[in-house]
Design a protein around this ligand. Structure first.
Ligand code: NAP
Length: 309
């Protein structure tokens, strides 16, 4: 057991670091448990072009390092460990990290979301060896090769466009005719001569044996026809799911595990706040996550004051 902190922030990324920056400036001296892979999804993003103030764009990891140092400058203790569980049954709340238990009068949860896998036949055989959910991490392994990207959202367009830096050919496989991605991202992909399209198609099964990925059997979602497509690798970009298992259902969530806000950014447990992709089923942008981190910190500060901490 350690001293009781006013605030512990669980999770990094733009929401966690912004919450830390605001809480630090409010003299709450928070700990941020940033996770083993601190920085969140933007650590895997090559270029951020839509964060105000960066007209030339900025790399995801670069932005996270800047946010981290800004939070640290204002007195956050940043620890790169994962939180295993929390006990919200009484205050101070207990936060278990390995063998340590940390105590806090308030919590902000900003654990974000992680990539969803497709779950097609034979996927476990090729996970991480042939099939990836992160082009920024694994794209360079496919230099001069042919790959497919599954998905029709902004992530799929971004990953496919990025992969053309390395690959000879990138085929986007999407289950419908219409794409969910924004027009600017679609246009960029459509104009790229290395990108091919398989619309109205979904992956039925992955081909190849362990250690040798060979492609996929695609199913035409309109006609039911099957077609083999050979390629050297596949990238799945079909969205994310929130990281909330460690909460053990102690705060109210929706069916998919996204935390629900009850009063401003406060959850169903008084003193526990949340922000960023872990609550956000709609916007999921770096700028909105940062905004929600700011809201959670301001709400936590006011709640601590009202509760005489
Ligand atoms: P998304 O917008 O939810 O799109 C997911 C895509 O995957 C959809 O096209 C969906 O198909 C498809 N999909 C979902 N489940 C599937 C399944 N089981 N089998 C096959 N296809 C499946 O997710 P996202 O692309 O990761 O984007 C998330 C958010 O981040 C969005 O708000 C996006 O704008 C943002 N983002 C922005 C940027 C940027 O601006 N630079 C980059 C990346 C992401 P349906 O369309 O048929 O549902």
């Amino acid at each position: 057991m350690t001293d009781v902190r006013n605030l512990i922030i669980i999770g990094s990324g733009p929401a966690g670091y912004t919450a830390g920056l605001y809480a630090g400036r409010a003299m709450l001296n928070p700990i941020i448990f940033a996770g083993f892979s601190s920085g969140g999804q933007l650590m895997l993003t090559s270029d951020i072009e839509n964060f105000p103030g960066y007209p030339q764009g900025i790399g995801g990891p670069e932005m996270m390092m800047e946010l981290r140092s800004q939070a640290s400058k204002f007195g956050c203790d940043i620890i790169d460990k994962n939180v295993d569980s929390v006990d919200l049954s009484e205050r101070p709340f207990k936060v278990t990290v390995g063998n340590e238990v940390h105590l806090a009068n308030s919590l902000i949860v900003t654990t974000g979301a992680e990539a969803i896998w497709l779950d097609a036949e034979n996927e476990p055989t090729h996970k991480g060896r042939g099939i990836s959910t992160c082009a920024t991490c694994d794209g360079a392994f496919f230099r001069d090769k042919e790959v497919m990207v599954v998905g029709g959202g902004d992530s799929a367009m971004e990953e496919a466009t990025f992969l053309t830096k390395f690959c000879n050919k990138v085929t986007i496989v999407h289950r419908r005719e219409g794409l969910r991605a924004s027009q600017i991202m679609i246009d960029r992909a459509k104009q790229n001569p290395k990108i091919a399209w398989k619309l109205n198609s979904k992956v039925k099964s992955w081909l190849g044996s362990e250690g040798s990925f060979e492609g996929a059997i695609l199913l035409d979602t309109k006609t039911g026809a099957e077609e083999d497509i050979s390629c050297d690798g596949a990238f799945i970009a079909i969205g994310h799911k929130p990281i909330t298992d460690f909460l053990g259902g102690q705060v109210e969530m929706d069916q998919e595990g996204y935390i629900l806000w009850k009063e401003n950014s406060m959850t169903s447990v008084p003193g526990v706040f949340a922000g960023g992709d872990v609550v956000d089923t709609r916007y999921r942008q770096a700028i909105t996550a940062a905004g929600m981190g700011c809201m959670a910190a301001i709400d936590a500060e006011r709640w601590l004051e009202d509760n005489e901490h």
